[in-house]
Design a protein around this ligand. Sequence first.
Ligand code: NAP
Length: 285
Amino acid sequence: MGRWQRQWYLPAVDLKDRVAIVTGASSGIGLALARMLIAEGASVAMVARGVDRLERVCAELGPKAIAFALDVGDLARLANLPGEVVAKLGRLDVVVNNAGVHYRGDMLRHEADKLATMFMVNLVAPVVLTRVAADVMPTGSVVVNVASLAGKLGVPGSAVYSGTKAGLRFWAMAAAGDLEGRGIRIANVNPGPVDTGFFDDDFDNVSNLTFSQPMVTADAVALRVMEAIHSEKTGLDLDIPVGSGKLATLGYLMPSIGRMLRPMLERKGAAAKARYAERRGAASK
Ligand SMILES: NC(=O)c1ccc[n+]([C@@H]2O[C@H](COP(=O)([O-])OP(=O)(O)OC[C@H]3O[C@@H](n4cnc5c(N)ncnc54)[C@H](OP(=O)(O)O)[C@@H]3O)[C@@H](O)[C@H]2O)c1
């Protein structure tokens, strides 16, 4: 088990009988997080588009997991969500903007509307949900965004995705001041590659650079989100793995060093990608 998978947090906030919204809660990071929130006594409004999988996971998690089937890109529906959650569950204390979409490869492969969808789901939806939720959240509440290390250093083959996640991070760090007046904290969690199904639908177009970094589990990322929820600080920008975050910062601040390291990282990533494909292939047989 890697160092980044042995993390812990101080449970400073009592989540018992609190209410959270988690977008993208029916699989991967969102599902792992919903489990942790429920284990601490919170109720979770579980958001995803696919009704069948959402209802199945809610049934598995028990009565504290409540399905709200919607596409976060449907802004009219999304703007009603905080009110619906308060009407049904009595309050709203935590919002986790986790749902995300990544159409991979050269941006010129994709129609313009797909590129716009990435901005809508990854950036516009978190801003709108946070804005509306802030009107019903009490002092001491918290918003956490699941961004990406691709939002710290632009990744070739992920240009638009990188732009959406960089925008998400920068918006949140600037909005921390606006939300502070209401006693609401906001934080980002920036994962490197995570072992979910997120890249399986377009595996060939996942960059070697992505695979050059250690892959973490959905549980490890969810723990980082729990750390942000329980922190007293606002404007946090937490990386996972921490070492990959430092490398991304170095590449951003010193592009010439980034260019120098890139061929070595590409080679390392190509080998790791081949091993991952083999492992996945073996697991599916
Ligand atoms: N996995 C990685 O390597 C990685 C790395 C860095 C950052 N991230 C970020 O982590 C977040 C979660 O990713 P993951 O790896 O856990 O992905 P995942 O396992 O594919 O889960 C994605 C979840 O989001 C839901 N979703 C997708 N589009 C949605 C929409 N428009 N409206 C509502 N729900 C939607 C999906 O359900 P439905 O399809 O049924 O809607 C599902 O519940 C994303 O923001 C991603 O950008 C992932």
